[in-house]
Design a protein. Structure first.
Ligand code: S3P
Length: 176
């Protein structure tokens, strides 16, 4: 299902546990283009897990690293980029990503999100919560307006990762 990119990158935003990384990688494979995952790039450059970066240097430090990686990715082309769930909080990140890409929001029901992240210890903003569902709902509410900053939204709650990837490609061909 190869296609010609009309814009330069296809960017996945969305809350933790919506499958941005898994679905993004499959989408890139289907399109025959490169895949970048901003969290993975940060972990590689720091040689440290996301949770350790938060624990040792704090969120502010992580957000600066994220901003730098987002800027570098935005300068490239023909890539599928999966971003961290908080990338939307910085308007400069969104301006950079949009200047060079089609932004797709992946959404999922809170119970699906919780199921996907339940046992993951590498999500510092969620892993300490006493009640994960409450925390997820609270953060989704706080971030609702930020996530509206997109070109297209896909609810992946009832999709397999393959179906979600096909839906992303279809939406890009239709709208991008
Ligand atoms: C974050 C989401 C994480 C990671 C970091 C902060 C957030 O990425 O970037 O822990 O603020 O929502 P995922 O969306 O891959 O979990």
């Amino acid at each position: 299902m190869r296609m010609d990119f009309k814009l330069k990158n296809l960017v996945l935003i969305g809350f933790s546990g919506t499958g941005k990384s898994t679905i993004g990688e499959i989408t890139a494979k289907k399109l025959g283009v490169q895949f970048a995952d901003t969290d993975k790039l940060i972990e590689l450059s720091e040689n440290m897990s996301i949770s350790r970066i938060f624990a040792e240097f704090g969120e502010k430090y992580f957000r600066q690293l994220e901003k730098d990686v987002v800027r570098e990715c935005s300068e490239k082309k023909d890539m599928v980029i999966a971003t961290g769930g908080g990338v939307v909080l910085d308007p400069q990140n969104m301006a950079n990503l949009k200047s060079n890409g089609f932004i797709i929001l992946l959404k999922a029901k809170p119970e699906i999100i919780c199921r996907n992240i339940y046992e993951d210890k590498n999500r510092p903003l969620l892993s300490d919560s006493e009640n994960l569902m409450d925390r997820v709902n609270e953060m989704l509410k706080i971030r609702a307006d930020y996530y509206k900053d997109n070109h297209y939204e896909i609810d992946v709650s009832d999709m397999t990762v393959e179906q979600a990837a096909d839906e992303i490609i279809k939406s890009y061909n239709m709208m991008g």
